[in-house]
Ligand binder design. Structure first.
Ligand SMILES: [Zn+2]
Length: 93
């Protein structure tokens, strides 16, 4: 995967794999694969689609590990999901 960057951290990717948060694949480096973390965009999309209280334990653990690696908070995530919702709401205006 010469030249491909990890979609989570921007490091050197070792492969493209299925995401644990949805039916999509991303490039991951060995560290992110080992930690089981996901790209910011996947975390935001998950919280945008699924009410926080309804997240599975596995999804919650994945998102928490991802937030830790990305140095982000649940508040950052909620704000990004609201922004995404607003963006979609403005598509047809
Ligand atoms: Zn990575």
């Amino acid at each position: 995967m010469a030249g491909k960057v990890c979609d989570v951290c921007g490091g050197g990717a070792v492969g493209v794999c299925s995401s644990t948060l949805g039916a999509i694949g991303f490039a991951y480096c060995s560290q992110c694969l080992r930690l089981g973390v996901e790209p910011w965009s996947a975390c935001v999309a998950t919280v945008w689609c699924v009410p926080e209280a309804d997240l599975s334990e596995a999804a919650r653990e994945t998102i928490e590990a991802s937030l830790k690696l990305l140095k982000k908070s649940w508040s950052d995530l909620r704000a990004a999901a609201i922004e995404m919702d607003t963006d979609y709401g403005n598509v047809n205006t």
